[in-house]
Ligand binder design. Sequence first.
Ligand SMILES: [Ca+2]
Length: 450
Amino acid sequence: MSRISRIVRSVSLCAALAAAGALLPGAARAACSNAICVVSGTSCTVSGTHTIDHLCTLDWSGYDATIAKGAKLTTATGNAYSISAGSLTVLGTLQAVEGSIDVTTTGDFAVQVSSNSAAAVDIKQGGSFDATVGGNATLAGKVFDASGTGGVDGGSIAIDADGSITVSQTVDASGGGEWAYGGSIDLTGASITTTGLLKAIGTQDGDGGEVNLTATGACNVNGAINVSSSGEWAWGGAITVDCGSLSTSSAWDTSGGTEGVGGDIDVTTSGAATSTSSSSWTCTAGGGGDGCWVTVSGGGDVTIGGDINASATGTDASGGAITIGSSAGDVTVGATSLLQADVGSGGWTNGTIDIGPACNVEIDGVLDTRTSGVGGGNNSVSYRNSFDGTAATLRADDSPDGNTIHCPCVDANADLVCDTPLACAVAPSTSGGTYQPAPTLAPMLLTACP
Ligand SMILES: [Ca+2]
């Protein structure tokens, strides 16, 4: 067939299809019909399997819609569809492989198991799921999966709820196979509670993805978070938490691969932030890579009970940086905590750990930025009111500023300039602690606590 005749034939086919559509509007719309949700009162229920048209919007506004056990809404590979409803409960399956699903509800959105139902949101092979929820969001199903396989990057999962978000199942936006990058998981709500795993892993030289948790109220993160990567030159992903308060007891991992870099962990709270002794944050890199940056910036009291590992190993490796402070509260590093930003022997340089500024600082655990024969490591403490380091262990490199304690300076005339000679307004308590090397006192202007 010549090129011209192919075009003519194609145009004729379109005209024929358009004519057919005009004659059979019902049939043409069958795969995008609101009527698949059978109404009963203010509720409606979808049963059976339905293949939805690309770009279809199923409008069940004002109804409490349920995708029943055994029901499935699917679409051709790479296609997208949307659902609007009063509330939406998924007992069956929402599926758009390589495609996207958008959900908008004025009420709650839930994925949950009923009588061993599928309870699945399947957007595998890097698909996207985006929900704007007027009520609470509950992810308590069996499958919530945007992961890739065969070298495909992870997709994106975003839930923005006016109410609370509760996650008790695994949510997966990981890449799979060679050079596959992790995708993203974004949860935004009034509060967030997780006991399920959130993961966006990079595989076989692919970088890790990202997990972002944002809430005006409390975030209780007791499910693990994994945005690590593996393979050569792979960078760890990022975990960002911005909440009214944080309580966590789980393992967070942003580690990079060989010659890679650990990804950042960034926590901001307007109130308190607490990690329990079973919490662990790991953002190391494989051999020759660099440790990451971990930052905790609290408005209220910050209590670290778990371990934080931003160390690195191998030739040319560098330790990371850990910074933990509070604008208006105290910082406590508990006896169960080991904070590491050192590098293995043969590495390039150790990292840094900064505790404070905060009102009262207490360190009962271990800060380690020391590796014999490698330079660069230092720890610093800054306090506004008091420092209790009587049970602390601080290990840094053997330089005069290896361990530095910034006390609040004397400013008798309150001109916001330290008086000379420099002196501490409140001396630190370090007697009984282990300091290698001995700490250097460095008075500085540290404003009083509110
Ligand atoms: Ca002064």
